[in-house]
Design a protein around this ligand. Structure first.
Ligand SMILES: NC(=O)c1ccc[n+]([C@@H]2O[C@H](COP(=O)([O-])OP(=O)(O)OC[C@H]3O[C@@H](n4cnc5c(N)ncnc54)[C@H](OP(=O)(O)O)[C@@H]3O)[C@@H](O)[C@H]2O)c1
Length: 243
C-alpha cells in the first residue's frame, strides 16, 4: 500500500459522535472512506451514516477501555483519534458548584487525555498516527463564567505539546483545534446577550459551521499533515487572536 492510498483505509475513533461537532467529524471521515467508530454514552443505533457506534462515558476509564477494545474488534488497530466529547457548565467561579468544576474538567480534559492514553499504543506500534483534541478558543481568549471550561481546554493545549514530544519519533502527530462559536446544540445554550458579545469579538461576525471545523480535522488526520504536531489551531472566524 502506498502512502497516498493508505489514508481512506485507515481507522478512526471519534468521541462524542452522537451529535454536534463529533457527529459531523465522524460522518465526514466515514464519507471519505475511513473506517470510523464513534462513541456516545447511549448509542441509539449500531451504525449511523457509515459510522459504527460503541458506548463510552469518557469520565470513566473502564468505560474508555471497553469502548476501545470494542472498536478494535470492529476496525482493527486504531490509526486516528479525535476527542470531541465535551460539556459546559458555566457560571462565575465564586459561585460555581464543586461538581460543575469537577465534571467539566473530568469530561473535557481527563476524558481526552485518558482516551489518548488508551489508544496511543496502536499508533506507536504502527509508527503512524493522528490525534486531534477538540479544544476551544476559550483556551486562548478567556471568557467570563468559563473558568472550568477554559482550564479544561487550556489543559488540552499543554497536553498536546508534551505528547507531541513523546510521540514525534513514532510518526504520531498530536494537535488541538480551537473552535470559536460553532452552530451546534452546545452553542444553542449561549444566551442572546453573550452571543452578541461573542460576535462583536469575531471579525467574521458570524458563528462557524460544523463543516468549517471538520475540514480542518480532515486535513490534520491526513497523510499530508504529517509534519504538523503540537499545534493549537483556531477555527474561530478570527475570534481570540488579538485582532
Ligand atoms: N459548539 C461550539 O460552539 C464549540 C466551540 C468550541 C469548542 N467546542 C467543543 O467541541 C466539542 C463538541 O461540542 P458540540 O458543540 O458538538 O457539543 P454537543 O452538541 O453538546 O455534543 C457534545 C457531545 O459530547 C458527548 N459527551 C458529553 N459528555 C460525555 C461523556 N461524559 N462521555 C462521553 N461523551 C460525552 C455527547 O454525547 P452524549 O450523546 O453521550 O450526550 C455529545 O456527543 C466539545 O468538546 C466542545 O467543548 C464547541
Amino acid at each position: 500500500m502506498t502512502e497516498e492510498s493508505a489514508g481512506p483505509a485507515r481507522s478512526a475513533f471519534v468521541t462524542g459522535a452522537s451529535r454536534g461537532l463529533g457527529a459531523a467529524i465522524a460522518k465526514d471521515l466515514a464519507a471519505q472512506g475511513y473506517r470510523v467508530v464513534g462513541t456516545a454514552r447511549n448509542p441509539a443505533e449500531d451504525v449511523v451514516d457509515g459510522v459504527s457506534f460503541v458506548a463510552c462515558d469518557v469520565t470513566d476509564p473502564e468505560s474508555i477501555r471497553s469502548a476501545v477494545a470494542r472498536a478494535r474488534d470492529l476496525v482493527g488497530t486504531i490509526d486516528i483519534v479525535v476527542t470531541s466529547a465535551g460539556i459546559m457548565h458555566d457560571g462565575p467561579l465564586v459561585s460555581l458548584p464543586q461538581e460543575a468544576v469537577d465534571d467539566v474538567i473530568t469530561t473535557n480534559l481527563l476524558g481526552s487525555v485518558n482516551v489518548a492514553r488508551e489508544t496511543l499504543g496502536d499508533m506507536m506500534m504502527n509508527q503512524w498516527g493522528r490525534l486531534v483534541f477538540v479544544g476551544s478558543v476559550v483556551a486562548m481568549w478567556g471568557s467570563p463564567g468559563q473558568v472550568n471550561y477554559g482550564a479544561s481546554k487550556g489543559g488540552l493545549v499543554g497536553a498536546a505539546r508534551s505528547l507531541a514530544w513523546e510521540l514525534g519519533r513514532f510518526g504520531v502527530t498530536v494537535n488541538v483545534v480551537l473552535p470559536g462559536l460553532i452552530d451546534t446544540g452546545m452553542a444553542a445554550n449561549v444566551s442572546a446577550k453573550r452571543h452578541k458579545e461573542l460576535m462583536a469579538g469575531t471579525p467574521m461576525r458570524r458563528p462557524g459551521r460544523p463543516e468549517e471545523v471538520t475540514s480542518l480535522v480532515s486535513y490534520l488526520v491526513s497523510e499530508g499533515a504529517g509534519y504538523i504536531t503540537g499545534a493549537s489551531i483556531p477555527v474561530s472566524g478570527g475570534a481570540g487572536m488579538g485582532l
